[in-house]
Design a protein around this ligand. Structure first.
Ligand code: AMP
Ligand code: MG
Length: 339
């Protein structure tokens, strides 16, 4: 069913133009953004959105985020722009923030996953912006991984998942942020965070004091529950390795590994952590910002290394750390051991 000869081209004037043409003509293309790599298609074309779901193997009730280059273009896609959205746009756009608003008829249900709302994002990455401009249409783009596997932060990750499934991948730099955008919706007087990202709950209080972090961010949601952000219910970001989060001090982590881990279990810890056990160690960053950049490639490395089980030190749960924790929880299928 997929028989593309997938080209990988370095970002350049020519390759960006080609990506834009392909998207305008109904194809989908792997594109770099500051969050993670995306799988971009024409957001106004139902057939393009269907192709995105097929390439990812993604359930079609999981909505696609629509990318534009300027907040003024939002009027063409939504039926109402909340005042809080305008304030957020002034402070955080372009950047890693997705705002959910009521969609208008131009956005097909194939793009919105059957919802009457649409998530809008204005990326800051210069290649992403150039591709959207070259396409001349709003670009629907989920993360460019196979559904369920860790999001791609480098072109090679996209190639490993999408080879043969799409015609072109544009190779930009390593994604600067490393985790997907913060997804927010608007309520009467406040903001609800449906998915944490680089723009933290603390950052959003600049717009309103009324910032709520949705329950689904750190709690498991069973597959029959109706949720405000459909993506949150799927098992996500999972390497084949069994990841288990160990929540506690470095001292207690060491003690736990010493007493409970098998010799071939791996330790997934912070840069600078001194691990006094014979187990193999992989480091995923010294602070939350670093950990966001590295998390997904480290999860992919676990599989490349053939790791069966990894015990991960628990990240901070505030600031950008909340986003790292949210992704790691899903990679760990919510297995957390407090020590
Ligand atoms: P991804 O495209 O892989 O970054 O995932 C996009 C995620 O954003 C989805 O899985 C949803 O959780 C969320 N999202 C996108 N659009 C909407 C929407 N209209 N309403 C609620 N959540 C949304
Ligand atoms: Mg994704």
């Amino acid at each position: 069913m997929f028989n593309y000869h997938t080209k990988v081209l370095k970002a350049s004037k020519e390759s960006v133009k080609l990506a834009g043409e392909l998207i305008r003509n109904g194809e989908i293309v792997g594109i770099p953004t500051e969050t993670v790599y995306g799988l971009g298609g024409n957001a106004l074309d139902p057939a393009s959105s269907k192709k995105i779901y097929e390439a990812k193997g993604r359930p079609s009730d999981n909505p696609l985020i629509v990318h534009i280059t300027d907040f003024s273009q939002v009027d063409e896609l939504v039926s109402e722009v909340p005042d809080l959205a305008k304030k957020c746009a002034e402070i955080f756009c372009p950047g890693p923030l997705t705002m959910i608003m009521p969609k208008n008829d131009k956005i097909p249900y194939e793009t919105s996953g059957g919802l009457d709302t649409v998530g809008i994002r204005i990326p800051s990455d210069k290649t992403a912006r150039a591709i959207i401009q070259a396409a001349g249409v709003p670009v629907a783009a989920p993360s460019a991984n196979l559904s369920g596997s860790p999001s791609p932060t480098e072109a090679i990750h996209v190639y490993n998942d999408m080879n043969g499934r799409i015609p072109l991948i544009i190779d930009g730099e390593h994604s600067a942020v490393g985790v997907e955008s913060t997804v927010i919706s608007f309520e009467k007087n406040g903001i609800r965070i449906l998915r944490p990202g680089f723009i933290s709950p603390e950052d959003l209080t600049e717009v309103t004091q009324n910032v709520i972090v949705d329950d689904g961010v750190i709690h498991m949601i069973d597959n029959n529950t109706k949720v405000s952000s459909p993506g949150m219910k799927y098992r996500h970001y999972s390497p084949k390795a069994d990841v288990i989060i160990i929540d506690g001090s470095l001292e207690n982590y060491n003690k736990f590994i010493c007493e409970k881990a098998d010799v071939d279990d791996w330790c997934m810890v912070f840069d600078g952590d001194v691990i006094s056990v014979p187990n193999k160690v992989i480091y995923y960053g010294k602070n939350s910002t670093d950990q966001a950049v590295n998390l997904f490639s480290v999860l992919r490395q676990l599989d490349e290394l053939g790791v069966k089980r990894a015990y991960a030190r628990c990240p901070e749960k505030t600031g950008v750390g909340l986003a790292v924790y949210n992704r790691l929880l899903r990679a760990a299928a919510f297995q957390v051991i407090k020590v």
